[in-house]
Design a binder for this molecule. Sequence first.
Ligand SMILES: Nc1ncnc2c1ncn2[C@@H]1O[C@H](COP(=O)(O)OP(=O)(O)OP(=O)(O)O)[C@@H](O)[C@H]1O
Length: 346
Amino acid sequence: MEIAYTLERPTRINARLTVRGLTVLLGPSGSGKTTLLKAIAGLLPARGHPYAGLPPERRPVGYMPQHYALFPHLTALENVAFPLAHLPKSQRQARALERLEQVGLAALAERYPHELSGGQQQRVALARALAREPELLLLDEPTSALDLPTREEVLTHLLQVVHTTGIPALVATHDPFLAQASHHLAVLVQGRIVQEGPAEEVYARPATLTVARLVGMTNLFPARVRSITPPWAWIDTPAGPLQVAALPWLTPGQTVYWGIRPEEVQVAPFASPTPNRLRGRLAHLTRQGLFIKARLDGAVELELLLPRRAADHLHLTPGTELEVTLEPRYIHLLPSDFSSGAPSSS
Ligand SMILES: Nc1ncnc2c1ncn2[C@@H]1O[C@H](COP(=O)(O)OP(=O)(O)OP(=O)(O)O)[C@@H](O)[C@H]1O
């Protein structure tokens, strides 16, 4: 589904994007994600396609606001039945129960929101958004209020609902976990879609520094192109020359940014001979679930994310001298485009 919306208030938005399966709308705080969802739902005056001109109640969308906005004095069933006021009571109840079954919550139909867990409340809100059999789901931050295991459960469930109902969903979030699992990813920065595509493509090849930072490419540094001999090019960095893939837009002498994801920095053992070896001393080791996050202080400061077993196997501790390699195919190059506002937005 193609979406194009323009509005001036409360913030300027001019966004055009495709919604396909579970589509994540990723963007920094204040970039206009909620505003765009509300505009599509008809809750804010806007020009756009589809649905412009239709009052909110006639738009075939299911909108789930941030924090769900369940009515505390209504049961799960009554919450889900709320948007079905146009139906006779018996049909309303039956339809609402069907929707609760769809989200696996029929057994808790008589509970009030405060008697449900965060994940269960999210399901009730999703059932309510599905109540009128919309052609598009608009979900605002569906995982922000949840702990990690519940987020995983909610995500699996969302993917399942999108798959079984065939209803595409546009999901506003800053949750990189959700973004990574999406079918399609659109990045909203200052009211404009600056990049969209399959999640793995946006994660591996962010188009601007802002997108790179949003998708967790935390290692980003300026460099100068030294020479180009396709298929390779060499860039000068404070850590010495690095071999990278030659891209059509590179020219010798050009200033570029190079980046590598923390999980793609390789720690020994290496197959030799390997280009792009960097030395440094480990600092700031912290646990992140089953991974260890660390900083390698050398000519540049590199963030690393290692599986716990690798860190244990190599006896990594703060102060350990370490050599890492940066495989050319994992090094991403970006033009030093200051018009994106990215260098100052870290
Ligand atoms: N009712 C309002 N009145 C004035 N400004 C508003 C209003 N609602 C939103 N804004 C402004 O519009 C901009 C976009 O807000 P919006 O809530 O759409 O961003 P967001 O990307 O959803 O942010 P977050 O991720 O923090 O929820 C922000 O600068 C915000 O301050």
